[in-house]
Design a protein around this ligand. Structure first.
Ligand code: ZN
Length: 328
């Protein structure tokens, strides 16, 4: 039976596209690997960030919806997205967050690793996790963060769930995770030996508040299928567990299947291939607005409706936010 290879990407909702680029490409130093539109709503962007290649497991994507209201994390969704850094980089990132005006907390420990909780400009809950496994993952050295301190993709996601059992069944029997250990109310599941991008934490929060979808929340988490055949087998496996997955959908850069796990979190299966170089060279990734074939005929109209976005602005001054610089 095929298993997932771990996390493929995490997709969130933002409000302002330029502010999103300034934060993820600018402050966090990720590579903008694809600038395209939401295939279900082509009048809005879909922005992809990752390592040099946009490797599966490195990717964060956002739907910037200018009219989105602020959302709120709650039971039945991905509440926290954690990114991997090397243990040597903790001090660098604390200082960077101070100088860039990023809301963050003092480091804590979780499952034996140091964690810095922080928020993006829409209030999305993120962590940096210092892990020895970071250096084994790709990064992007062409941004404003020195290569030795770069983010090495997604570390894990934390699901907030009412209870554990039914979600555990899908993670373990559906996707091939194994239960590692429990710390307080959080249970860690891993693919293989774990390590960055192969970890899902399930935090049982009981009858906590329901989520409100909107800016600053996660829309879904995608799990890697090695190829199309493995994706179909994983799809059949989750049908056997009572899930109701969509048919395979062509997302241009991967092939996707979506289903809601029993606790309410939207899961996706996504193939590793074809990847982000299918319509741009590696050097040019993220530089041009790419449209799928079905929208190419409408390019002029679509481009006119999208607010232009430029390279992230990186003010060096303490306490000056990107948005302040744009308007000055
Ligand atoms: Zn997705």
């Amino acid at each position: 039976m095929p298993t997932s290879l771990g996390i493929h990407h995490v997709t969130g909702i933002a409000r302002n596209a330029q502010q999103n680029v300034d934060f993820y490409a600018g402050v966090l130093g990720l590579r903008l690997v694809k600038k395209t539109v939401n295939f279900d709503d082509p009048d809005s962007y879909h922005l992809y960030y990752g390592d040099e290649l946009g490797s599966p497991g490195s990717v964060l994507t956002f739907f910037p919806w200018p009219r989105a209201l602020s959302g709120r994390a709650g039971v039945g969704e991905v509440a926290v997205t954690s990114l991997a850094i090397a243990p040597r980089s903790i001090g660098y990132w604390l200082e960077r967050f101070v100088t860039k005006g990023v809301e963050h907390a003092v480091p804590t420990r979780r499952f034996g690793e140091s964690v810095i909780a922080f928020k993006d400009r829409d209030g999305l809950q993120l962590d940096l996790v210092a892990t020895e496994s970071a250096d084994g993952r790709g990064h992007w050295s062409g941004g404003s963060v020195p290569a030795e301190h770069a983010i090495h993709g997604v570390h894990s996601v934390t699901l907030w769930e009412h209870s554990l059992e039914r979600t555990e069944q899908v993670l373990v029997n559906g996707l091939g995770f194994s239960k590692l250990s429990t710390e307080d109310t959080t249970t860690r599941f891993v693919i293989g030996d774990g390590g960055a991008s192969r970890i899902v934490d399930v935090r049982v929060v009981g009858g906590f508040l329901a989520p409100i979808g909107g800016a600053g929340t996660i829309h879904h988490v995608a799990f890697r299928a090695e190829n199309d055949a493995a994706e179909l087998e994983l799809r059949n496996t989750v049908i056997g567990l009572g899930m109701h997955p969509t048919p395979v959908i062509d997302r241009e850069y991967f092939h996707s299947v979506y289903f809601r796990e029993p606790g309410g979190v939207l899961f996706e299966l996504a193939t590793d291939a074809p990847g982000f170089t299918v319509d741009e060279t590696l050097d040019a990734l993220g530089t041009a607005l790419k449209l799928p074939p079905q929208y190419e005929a409408r390019r002029a109209e679509i481009e006119q409706r999208l607010a232009p976005i430029h390279e992230p602005l990186m003010p060096p001054l303490l306490g000056i936010h990107e948005s302040d610089t744009v308007t000055s």
